[in-house]
Design a protein. Structure first.
Length: 227
């Protein structure tokens, strides 16, 4: 089955109890964050949204409090980098968490698709989405790298005949939906690594614990890189 078509292209469910919380970490990107939050609060899945403001001094926290009262704001008052996601995960109760950088946003329906795959396949810990670069709407070249993964395709194996996607040994945190319990059991993001490559140690720990990581093109995340 083409990973971008078929069973995953079903209407988005209006879940009364969301299974995915969106976690955004930010630092001094008030304008970009506002654009991201505008998109997230309009998603048909209506996910809870948590923003971790990593010590911004540009009025980010005040903007979130004033303009997005439905968004939970966490202020560690210092820059925790990627480890700010750990702080957010500790305070949510949904089984899945979608990470989103402050210059990214999720396509409507993608969170629901990811949740269905995670529901149906309890050995999967991470789903990384197809990334569309904005404002041009072009595919990020890394999509080809993930699709061309040298690892064996799951849908070639008898145990996983119905799982779309491509196996990975790492992931892109800003465009991924994760199984919260698996990530927390693996220790989350290391505070030593800041932002940039922070997924590597965590992904290896997840793989070592027997979890699967997937690239799922049917899920889409948009990225307009901050200048």
């Amino acid at each position: 089955m083409d990973p971008g078509s078929g069973a995953l292209d079903t209407p988005v469910e209006d879940r009364s109890t969301p299974s995915v919380t969106v976690v955004v970490i930010t630092h001094n990107r008030r304008a970009e964050l506002a654009r991201t939050l505008n998109s997230l609060v309009e998603l048909p899945e209506r996910p809870p949204v948590v923003v971790v403001d990593n010590g911004s001094v540009d009025g980010t926290a005040r903007m979130v409090r004033c303009c997005y009262p439905q968004v939970r704001l966490i202020e560690p008052r210092c820059n925790l980098g990627a480890a700010g996601r750990n702080l957010a995960m500790a305070g949510v109760d949904t089984p899945y968490v979608a990470f989103c950088d402050d210059d990214m946003w999720w396509d409507p329906g993608s969170l629901a698709r990811a949740a269905r795959v995670l529901d149906d396949h309890p050995d999967v810990a991470v789903i990384t989405a197809r990334i569309i670069l904005e404002p041009g709407g072009t595919d990020d070249p890394i999509n080809d790298d993930m699709r061309d993964s040298p690892l064996s395709r799951r849908d070639d194996a008898p145990r996983y005949p119905d799982v779309p996607g491509y196996p990975l040994i790492s992931f892109l945190a800003g465009a991924s939906v994760v199984r919260r319990a698996a990530v927390q059991a693996a220790g989350g993001f290391s505070a030593r690594l800041g932002v940039g490559g922070e997924e590597e140690l965590l992904s290896w720990d997840l793989a070592d614990a027997g979890w699967s990581l997937l690239y799922l093109p049917a899920c889409v995340c948009h990225h307009e890189p901050s200048p």
